[in-house]
Design a protein around this ligand. Structure first.
Ligand code: SAH
Length: 378
């Protein structure tokens, strides 16, 4: 049994208190922070700005932890997915999505999820538990280890952005998500600014304000339907916090303005929410909110009861929203073949049929080819 304490996940103040308890001055905490979060060091022996005796004292009582990557998968499009294992054997997934001008890490907040959104694979897995701050930060640290991104680069980062869009509902675990993201945002460490962090919620209305006030990160709202009747069916949380309340919470979100818009995510489900009338209703619904819309083509998973609309239907929908004055990018699916795309994550190993994997890979290759030929729409 490990009886030393993991330093990852402690706030600066907690770290100072731990060091004070073994007679180390406050500025040592700052040095340690630099080693851990700026340089990515895990071995006290390498922390040469600390006296040898201090390093030994630290190593006796503490460690700098990492999750174990029990699986490491790479998509045909360069997306990478890690299955991470914690001390109690529980697992979550974490995904890196490289793009030409940025790289995004999709981070999980819970093992499983309570929400049971009908189109979401994670939703078929019961909630096991919340992730602790060290487990949330640990996903970023491990991804940086794997991508060789230490010390924190000034620019050209492979992990320039973070989205809290992995497994779980982050606003049901805000007590741990807040300290974790504060560590990630700290300018002397990992240093990813709040402007480059987006937290996605299915609409936990009472927690939205606190998220804005204490973190000030970008907010994404998984809207997915324009009437309570349909949203009740596909996002059951809507029965608790219906659309009108959700829209009011968006209007009230601290810091939302034209420069920092709220993103509304809208998963396109064939025959469910994809008609031109839905698009027009969507525009009416968000009127007055500084907003952009992300249209997410439905990502399939084994046994899913939905289908993705065809490209023409998606484009017609996007055009209506765009003409009403809103940015409405259609998200290029990434990592579908390794079940790493939105809503495909699940900790138990599940596999797509080989034929399905081949079809998705062919699709991804076609998109890539179109991009290279400069024909891509977005
Ligand atoms: N619980 C949070 C965080 C999850 S974010 C939330 O609901 O916002 C993951 C995003 O992917 C959400 O917008 C979710 O609704 C969407 N999603 C889930 N399943 C999907 C699927 N099969 N295809 C496309 N998007 C999906």
């Amino acid at each position: 049994m490990e009886d030393r304490r993991n330093l990852i996940g402690l706030s600066r103040a907690q770290l100072e208190a731990e060091l004070a308890a073994i007679g180390l001055e406050k500025f040592r905490a700052r040095q340690l922070w630099h080693w851990i979060y700026f340089r990515g060091a895990t071995d006290f022996a390498a922390m040469t700005t600390l006296a040898k005796s201090a390093r030994a004292a630290l190593a006796e009582r503490f460690f700098v932890g990492r999750p174990e990557a029990s699986r490491d998968m790479q998509s045909i499009d360069g997306t990478r997915k890690w299955l991470l294992k914690w001390g109690d054997g529980q697992e979550v997934e974490c995904v890196h999505i490289p793009e030409t001008d940025r790289g995004t890490l999709c981070v999980s907040s819970q093992v499983g999820c309570t929400l049971t959104c009908r189109f979401c694979h994670t939703g078929t897995q019961k909630l096991v538990r919340n992730l602790a701050p060290d487990e949330i930060v640990g996903q970023v640290l491990l991804a940086r280890d794997k991508l060789g991104e230490w010390p924190s680069p000034d620019d050209g980062r492979q992990i320039s952005n973070i989205v809290m869009m992995g497994m779980g509902e982050p606003l049901y675990n805000l007590d741990n998500v807040i300290p974790a993201l504060k560590i990630v945002m700290d300018g002397e460490g990992i240093s990813i600014s709040k402007r480059r962090i987006t937290l996605s919620t299915a609409g936990v209305v009472p927690q939205m304000k606190r998220c804005g006030q204490e973190l000030g990160v970008n907010l994404a709202v998984s809207l997915h339907a324009v009437t309570d009747e349909i949203r009740d069916r596909i996002v059951p949380l809507n029965k608790k916090y219906p659309i009108a309340e959700l829209m009011q919470a968006c209007r009230d979100y601290p810091g939302a303005n034209n420069a920092r818009r709220i993103t509304f995510e809208y998963v396109m489900l064939k025959g469910v929410n994809d008609s031109p009338a839905d698009a027009r209703a969507l525009v009416r619904l968000i009127r007055g909110i500084p907003a952009k819309i992300n249209l997410i083509p439905f990502n399939p998973w084994p046994g899913a009861p939905f289908e993705c609309p065809d490209d023409r239907a998606i484009k017609a929908f996007a055009d209506i929203v765009f003409e009403a004055g809103y940015a409405a990018p259609v998200r290029t699916p990434r990592g579908r073949d390794i079940l790493a795309a939105c809503g495909q994550l699940k900790s138990d190993s599940q596999k797509l049929r080989k034929s399905e994997v081949l079809r998705l890979q062919a699709e991804a290759a076609a998109v890539q080819a179109a991009k290279e030929a400069g024909l891509a729409l977005s």
